[in-house]
Structures are given as C-alpha cells and as structure tokens.
Write a protein that binds this ligand. Structure first.
Ligand code: 9MR
Length: 345
C-alpha cells in the first residue's frame, strides 16, 4: 500500500516534471533539464550509455533530452574498437557519437589505455617493449584520429593505480614501465590537439593514498609539459562505505595544478532493498557531490554511469546491491534526481 502510494507520487512527480506544471512560474514552459541547469553554471551534466539500450525508445528519449554530455560505456573500449590486430571497428562508438551529435550533446570518449576489456590477441601472448609500444601507439592514434573533432575529451589512461597509490601491475606497466602514461598522452595529443586529455580512476574522490598518487603524477606530468588536461574522478560510491567528505578539497588541489576535474562515472549504490531512508541518504550524496563540483571552478561537469537503475552495471558486479542512479527501473525520477536539481538551482 505504502509502496503503491510512493509509486503514485513518483509517477505524478514525473508527469509534473515532464509537463513543467511543477513550477507555477514556468507553467507554460518546459521544465529546465539537468543540462539546462548545469549550463547556467558553465558546467555539463552527462550520462553514460551503451549500445544495446538504444533500442529502448523511452530510455533514449530521456537520454537525448536531459543531458548535454554522453559517455559510451563500452563502445570505444579496445575489445570493441580493435577486435583483431590492425582491424578497427567503429560501429558502436559511432552509433553513440552520431546520436549525441544529433541531440547537440558533447561526448566524453572512454577509454584508450586500460587493463580490462582488452581483446585476446593482445592479452594472449607475450610482447617485447618495442612491440607493445608500437601496438599501443597505433591503437591510440588510430582511434583518436577517427574521432578527431567529434569528441570533447578522452579518458586516455584508466585506472592506473592500486588503492595504496602504487602503480597497478598491468600489461602496460609491466612491459613499458610508468612512462606509458606520458607516452599515451603525447600520442593522443598528436592525433587530436583539441581534445581534452584525462586520466581517470575510482576511489580517488577523497584525499588519500590513491588520489595522492594522481596528484604526484599530475604534478610531474605538468612539470614535463606532458599534455594532460584533467583528472576524472569516477565516483562509484556506496552508502555503506561513507561519503568522501574531502571531495571538494581534493578537486581544489587538482585545480591549483592547472587541471580540469570531472566526476565521470557517478553512481551511489546501496545494499538492497532500497528503503525511503536509504534513498534519502543517496539523494543527499548526489546533492553534495554536485555542490562540490559547482564549488570548484575547474570542475567542469558531472556524468552519471547511466542514468537509470534499469541499465546500471551494479547488480551484475555487486550482487545484492543496486538502486544506484537518479532514475529508477521504470525511468521515474528518484529523490536523488530532485536533489541534483536543487543543487543546480
Ligand atoms: O559500464 C561498463 C560495463 O557495462 C562493463 O561490463 C564493465 C566491464 O568492466 O565496465 C563498465 O564500465 C566501467 C568503466 O569502463 C571504468 N570504470 C568502472 C566502470 C564500471 O565497471
């Protein structure tokens, strides 16, 4: 009963939002979208998306209207773009870039150098440093050239550090040493001098050993004039682990190095079932992280890692957890959505 009533409130809220009846001052206008509200602060508000979901027309409509930045969740990763050595496939990435462009949305391109979702031709054999360098350079430059002029930014290197701030022992690190990061950034910059180039990771929202490692790396890369423009803080948060209260300070210290920052993959998961209390706490977190970004001049925007619980990666990766996004599985806005609006107003 209570659940039904809540659902009804949700439906009503969604109708009011969609029609603009929610606010008397705008009775005859459409309610501003998250993108509209963010743009007033010189920021963007984005969502990740993935190719299989694009057959869902209701999903696609909200994706096309509420956001002004899009990230392909998988379509630009190595396994998708170079499934055989030297054979490139842009189908999935292009579909999302074309869709975004048709809606006047920009694209945060993701990702060039990662240890995960690599094709088996790459992981299934040994490489000398010389061979692997050539393979990496070719992959980066071919992909960046393909999307040259069509994307706002690239997550050039993804998830390069361990929790304790040491380098993650990836194929790249083990074969090429830490210099692969600077090389990747330089190669990407040659291929598209206008794209903003990022390094991106999770669990670096708070000040701590892992974000300190990024701070040290960023400082070093800046000193060496390596083309690094920004730090992406993924912000895959979980209610049970507490809010990263030093987020704003952390964003600010990167700004002071002359770097942009962005919250690139935001979700706030919880242990299911979702209760009103947990959803309210989640809403507070979304409000707080949006406000943290607005408070720091060079925090350029926020992207949620897809916008609806219907297509969240969480339940498959963390069994028993979920409900992490601002829209529920029926595409109805949750308290988190209204909290983000509040923060942006
Ligand atoms: O959203 C992506 C999901 O569909 C994939 O199965 C998963 C595989 O690792 O990758 C997800 O996206 C990840 C992103 O590329 C990097 N940061 C963590 C994201 C969630 O796993």
């Amino acid at each position: 009963m209570r659940k039904n009533r809540l659902r009804l409130v949700g439906v009503l809220a969604a109708v009011l939002v969609a029609t603009g009846i929610g606010s008397p001052a705008q009775a005859s206008h459409k309610q501003p979208t998250l993108a509209d509200l963010a743009e007033r602060h010189g920021r963007y508000f984005g969502s990740a998306t993935d190719n299989p979901e694009l057959t869902d027309t209701a999903y696609k409509a909200l994706l096309g209207s509420e956001f002004d930045m899009i990230t392909p969740g998988n379509g630009m990763k190595w396994y998708a773009t170079e499934p055989q050595q030297g054979v490139f496939d842009w189908t999935n990435g292009d579909e999302i870039v074309d869709l975004a462009r048709s809606k006047h949305q920009r694209v945060r391109a993701h990702t060039l150098v990662w240890h995960s979702q690599l094709p088996s031709w790459l992981t299934g054999r040994e490489w000398t440093a010389g061979e692997l360098r050539a393979v990496l350079k070719k992959h980066i430059q071919t992909e960046v050239r393909h999307y040259r002029g069509k994307v706002y930014s690239w997550d050039v290197v993804n998830e390069a550090f361990n929790e304790d701030g040491t380098y993650r022992e990836t194929l790249w690190y083990k074969t090429l040493g830490p210099g692969y990061i600077a090389d990747a950034l330089r190669w990407a910059h040659q291929a598209d001098p206008h794209a903003k180039l990022y390094v991106n990771d999770y669990n670096i929202e708070a000040v701590g050993p892992k974000s300190d490692a990024y701070y040290a790396l960023a400082k070093e890369l800046k000193a060496q004039r390596v083309p690094l423009d920004g730090i992406g803080l993924q912000a895959h948060l979980a209610l049970q682990y507490g809010y990263p209260t030093t987020l704003e300070d952390n964003l600010r210290r990167f700004s002071r190095l002359g770097l942009d920052t962005a919250l690139t993959e935001v979700d706030v998961r919880m242990i299911l079932p979702a209760t009103d209390e947990k959803l309210a706490q989640q809403a507070d977190w979304y409000r707080d992280l949006t406000e943290a970004c607005l408070a720091v001049r060079r925090c350029v925007g926020v992207t949620v890692w897809d916008y609806t619980d219907k297509y969240s990666w969480i339940p498959a990766f963390f069994p028993g957890e979920g409900a992490a996004l601002p829209w529920d599985e029926q595409l109805l806005p949750k308290p988190a959505y209204f909290a983000i609006r509040d923060a942006l107003k």
